[in-house]
Design a protein around this ligand. Structure first.
Ligand code: ASP
Length: 317
């Protein structure tokens, strides 16, 4: 696996939370919190990254991640270029690296990469020049580190702690990079009661999510939970699963008000989006008083500012 840290211990790439220490994660969250402002207030701006160039290289669809990386870079004074790349899957590795070398020749300092294939951000990180950083904007089903950070920040803002919380992650765990990065973030930060809940077909392999309890009944996972994280079914990552569709999925797995009442009264409801209202979550829950889904979006920009500041501020002038 590509090393994410420089020899002085500072963060150079962000590909996964799995190999970061708790203190690295805490430092990023503390830094991100300094960029958070209530809605209605202008977000902070600085020239900390003036002269730096960030390229967004996304080969899978993205709304929030791409826009928030762009806003994050611009709010710190960097220049941003957007590339939407359509590559034939056979020649992908090679043409991806050609694109990367081109961007490097254009003086790009950080590459944000989203790709449906496992290993692409790491492959690029292993080939870039020493002054270039690679940030994952979502790697296949494997990792989505800035999402894991923004989820952790959202929980901390509401709960002021991680120890002692019961966190239920619900839905298509098997295909979810969001679930994996949340698992790494929460377990490193000290959440001990981590529950994953999914229909059997959407449960991950036994070797994954070590230490989490596994539930094939939603109600069981919700009991006394402080945090309920709902996930979208990743149809694009399945061939055909033996899955209840639409209304039938909602009947067994949809988060309704009645089911949410099984969690603690002050439980928060999260969703990384895009949401399928009426499939994994009822609209009145998604828009209800316990939902922090819009906080997650706002925190996404703050977290990406923190990550960009961390990897680029230490770079060459
Ligand atoms: N936006 C998230 C992701 O990129 C979640 C989703 O697509 O369901 O993984």
């Amino acid at each position: 696996m590509t090393e994410q840290l420089r020899t002085d211990g500072s963060l150079r790439h962000l590909l996964t939370l799995e190999t970061l220490t708790r203190s690295h994660i805490e430092r990023l969250l503390e830094r991100a919190q300094t960029f958070v402002r209530p809605l209605g207030q202008r977000p902070p701006r600085s020239r900390a990254l003036e002269g730096a160039t960030v390229a967004n290289l996304f080969t899978e669809p993205s709304t929030r991640t791409r826009v928030s990386f762009e806003l994050a870079a611009k709010r710190l004074g960097a220049t941003v270029v957007q590339l939407e790349v359509q590559l034939s899957s056979r020649a992908k590795g090679e043409s991806m690296l050609d694109t990367v070398y081109t961007l490097q020749a254009l003086h790009v300092d950080a590459l944000v990469i989203r790709d449906a294939e496992v290993g692409v951000p790491g492959l690029v990180a292993a080939h870039v020049a020493p002054h270039v950083s690679v940030l994952s904007g979502g790697e296949a089903h494997v990792s989505h580190p800035t999402q894991g950070l923004l989820d952790a920040l959202t929980v901390y803002q509401r709960k002021q702690r991680f120890a002692g919380l019961a966190v239920a992650i619900v839905g298509d765990i098997r295909h979810s990079r969001v679930a994996r990065s949340a698992f790494h973030a929460f377990s490193k930060l000290g959440v001990t009661d981590l529950r994953i809940a999914a229909p059997t077909a959407l449960m991950p392999e036994r070797a994954e999510f070590a230490g989490c309890t596994r539930h094939t009944q939603l109600e069981e996972a919700l009991g006394g939970a402080d945090v309920v994280m709902m996930l979208r079914i990743q149809r694009e990552r399945m061939n055909e699963a033996d899955l209840p569709q639409g209304e039938r999925y909602f009947a067994a797995w949809g988060l309704t008000r009645e089911r949410l009442a099984l969690a603690r009264g002050d439980a928060i409801v999260m969703h990384p989006q895009p949401m399928n209202r009426g499939i994994e979550i009822a609209s009145d829950v998604a828009d209800g008083p316990q939902s922090v889904i819009r906080d997650q979006v706002r925190n996404g920009v703050a977290v990406r500012m923190a990550v960009l500041a961390e990897v680029l501020a230490a770079g060459p002038a």
